[in-house]
Design a protein around this ligand. Structure first.
Ligand code: RIB
Ligand code: CA
Length: 306
């Protein structure tokens, strides 16, 4: 167990374009050391997600380089459903990513999560950006260790708003509702960042491009190019920009005061519905976002000058 006062982050992700922006924000945040990235199937397959993590590591080259662990290739008890929103490869289908070597440190993401929880305890923040499959498998092995970390912040769910993959379910919860239920049933106190909050965190093309223009270089070019797929899709559907679902979860993990929280008991429906029910609260969820302050934080950090 660590005795130093530093904070450590373990990010579980299914990269995905918004996951990529979330990782870039996390890697540029001095409040913690991003020690571990665990990959889960969701937006894309485990194989594609793992490749995308190494593409992003090559693009950003954070120091220290995190351990990368591959994890669950499918939900606990149902077939994988991927998300077309991110392109076939999960990062906007660019044709000229430079080849990367995959230095996967472990193929046992749940075991890596448990080890990190035991080793870092309260100094560890776990941020879950995809379906909760890896976390549920970690909880199965050592629930007390996962309950013992500092915070578990998860992007997912839709409490008082419509879903984004069915009328009443959000994608991460829908892909693996059994995993989300298992994590909650194990008494893990989630800081949930649902669509109720993330739809307030809209990134407009002009704001992103103005920011990237201030720090020209390969990272800015890469961000501009891989976000294009999502921005175009959102604009085609009449939206003014991209919802920063996963970056908001990272932002809230860094600074909980960015949102107003509400403690609530949620029940998980068979298709990943996350609705209020009577009883003792089992999560607190982000309800209102200080959007200007969050977007400032995100844009200041997503593409640091090289
Ligand atoms: O519903 C949004 C969530 O689903 C985000 O995590 C996005 O990356 C997708 O995984
Ligand atoms: Ca995600």
């Amino acid at each position: 167990m660590t005795t130093d006062s530093r904070r450590y982050a373990l990010i579980d992700t299914d990269p995905g374009i918004d996951d990529a922006l979330a990782l870039l924000l996390a890697w540029s945040s001095p409040e913690w050391t991003v020690e571990i990235i665990t990959v889960v199937a969701g937006n894309v397959s485990m194989k594609a997600g793992t490749l995308n993590v190494f593409r992003l590591l090559e693009l950003r080259r954070p120091s220290p380089a995190p351990l990368v662990a591959s994890g669950a290739a499918a939900p606990l008890a149902r077939p994988l459903r991927i998300a077309p929103y991110h392109g076939t490869d999960g990062l906007g289908d660019l044709l000229d990513w430079p080849p990367v070597e995959l230095h996967v440190g472990s193929a046992d993401a749940p075991g890596v999560i448990v080890d990190a929880a035991r080793r870092r305890g309260r100094s560890l923040t776990i941020v879950a950006l995809g379906p909760m499959t890896n976390l549920a498998l970690a909880v199965e092995r050592d629930a007390a260790a996962v309950r013992g970390v500092g915070r578990v912040v998860a992007m997912g769910g839709a409490v008082d708003v419509p879903g984004n993959v069915t009328p009443d379910a959000e994608f991460n919860a829908h892909v693996d509702p059994d995993a989300l239920a298992r994590v909650l049933d194990a008494g893990v106190r989630l800081d949930l960042v649902p669509l109720d909050a993330t739809r307030q965190a809209v990134l407009e093309r002009a704001a992103l491009h103005a920011t990237l223009a201030r720090t020209p270089g390969p990272l800015a070019d890469g961000i501009r190019r891989f976000t294009e797929y999502a921005l175009r899709l959102d604009e085609k559907h009449g939206r003014r920009g991209m919802d920063l679902h996963d970056p908001l979860a990272v932002g809230v993990a860094l600074d909980p005061s960015l949102v107003e929280w509400e403690a609530v008991r949620l029940t998980i429906g068979p298709e990943g519905q996350t609705r209020r029910t009577a009883g003792e609260p089992n999560v607190r969820f982000a309800r209102v976002v200080d959007t200007p302050r969050f977007l400032r934080l995100f844009l200041e950090r997503v593409c640091p000058a090289s």
